[in-house]
Write a protein that binds this ligand. Structure first.
Ligand SMILES: *Cc1c(COP(=O)(O)O)cnc(C)c1O
Length: 398
């Protein structure tokens, strides 16, 4: 699947509707088929030998991708503003694949303290055993403080913004400049920013990761990750690492992700609107100490969000006023429209408790007035969601 089917002038919504649909692959069907593939036959030995496993545009063997997977990769690469994308079997495998492609024994990694917890565990449990040292830094680190943490063996700055569970913003362009001046690559977990609302390569990143499981798939029915680069050679190295670890994605998942992408823009606009409506309503409630949502003008990260993002997704945090955790549990139990479950980015609303030790920070402990929750605003009517929160919050009284 080549780029010849897409026009470089297309704006994001047009890319969402038209990329990854080359007529020769679809035989006139609107959507590309799901290619179920392990073996790919060649007509002769010369063709078999001539195939390039890392090219990412023709089939060699199932593990190196199928036309369904290539269609997804091409679309995500274009949306994020990169030249190459490799899809993987989960968001976490995209993170692991990136770290393993860039780092080797003896290297040093700078990792934001507010990172997604399994990313932290991967560094502490896997990379440490491979001889890669990780230093965590606070999300509000200044460029000078960051410069002081960079050593000759530092290879990668890995970040995620806003912070996982706690939603702190970071000045990525300023931090990335410090890293790049010293030859340190910059990777971002861009899942909250989505391929539409944060443009990683314009803000100084070399690598952008999406947990496609969230908004790209968008319907809570498949696991998938993507790794995009604006550099061909780096993208090839990542594809090779992903293939060597066997983190390949199946065509069924790639199809679900492509199908999700087609409506990403309209879904996100609604998630943004509803998330902000809930956040504003919660901010005015007597049970709530503060709301962790960078698109709220009261949020400490608001100016950076406004400068660097063109929208917000539906995921944010709420800090309750001091109250027994048992009462907060009862409040969550009482919700009917907000499901209790991990992940986010689907059409449905979700809630999880992030009190009770879920927020792990080693640079600076998380300090909050009371229990912290995480909410995902789905596509339901916001008035129904507010009514559900209202009857839930009633548990906290008395
Ligand atoms: C969910 C998530 C991941 C991991 O994605 P999976 O598909 O669940 O492996 C990575 N980063 C962030 C920010 C996430 O929220």
């Amino acid at each position: 699947m080549t780029h010849s089917d897409s026009d470089p002038r297309w704006r994001p919504e047009t890319v969402l509707a038209h990329a990854g649909r080359p007529p020769e692959a679809t035989l006139g069907a609107v959507n590309p088929p799901v290619y179920h593939v392990s073996t790919v036959l060649s007509p002769d030995v010369a063709t078999l030998r001539g195939k390039d496993k890392m090219a990412g545009d023709h089939m060699v063997y199932g593990r190196y991708g199928t036309p369904t997977v290539f269609a997804l990769e091409e679309t995500v690469a274009r949306l994020e503003g990169g030249v190459r994308c490799t899809a993987t079997c989960s968001g976490l495998s995209a993170i692991a694949g990136t770290l393993l492609a860039v780092l080797k024994a003896g290297d040093h990694l700078l990792m934001v303290d507010s990172v997604y917890f399994p990313t932290r565990s991967f560094c502490d449990k896997v990379l440490a055993g491979f001889g890669v040292e990780t230093t965590y830094y606070a999300p509000d680190i200044t460029p000078d403080e960051l410069a002081a943490l960079i050593r000759p063996e530092t290879r990668l700055l890995f970040t995620e913004l806003p912070g996982s569970l706690t939603f702190e913003m970071q000045d990525l362009p300023a931090l990335a400049e410090v890293a790049r001046e010293r030859g340190v690559k910059v990777a971002i977990d861009n899942t909250w920013g989505t391929p539409l609302y944060f443009k990683p390569f314009e803000k100084g990143a070399d690598i952008s990761i999406q947990a496609g499981t969230k908004y790209i798939v968008g319907h809570s029915d498949a696991m998938l990750g993507t790794i995009t680069t604006a550099d061909e050679a780096l993208g090839r190295r990542i594809k090779e690492t992903v293939a060597l670890f066997g983190y390949s994605v199946g065509s069924d998942e790639a199809y679900l992700a492509l199908r999700g992408l087609r409506t990403l823009s309209v879904r996100l606009a609604r998630h943004h609107q509803t998330g902000l409506a809930l956040a504003e309503w919660l901010e005015g409630r007597p049970e709530v100490a503060r709301v962790l949502h960078p698109a709220l003008p009261s949020d400490p990260g608001h100016a950076l969000w406004k400068r660097d993002f063109s929208g917000a997704c539906g995921l944010f945090g709420v800090v309750l006023k001091a109250v027994d955790e048992a009462k907060a549990d009862a409040m969550l139990d009482r919700l009917t429209l907000f499901g209790l479950g991990f992940s986010w980015g689907g059409y449905e609303s979700l809630a999880i408790p992030t009190y009770g030790g879920s927020i792990v920070r080693t640079v600076r402990p998380w300090q909050a007035e009371g229990p912290t929750l995480r909410l995902h605003a789905g596509l339901e009517d916001p008035a129904d969601l507010i009514a559900d929160l209202e009857q839930g919050l009633a548990c906290l009284a008395g």
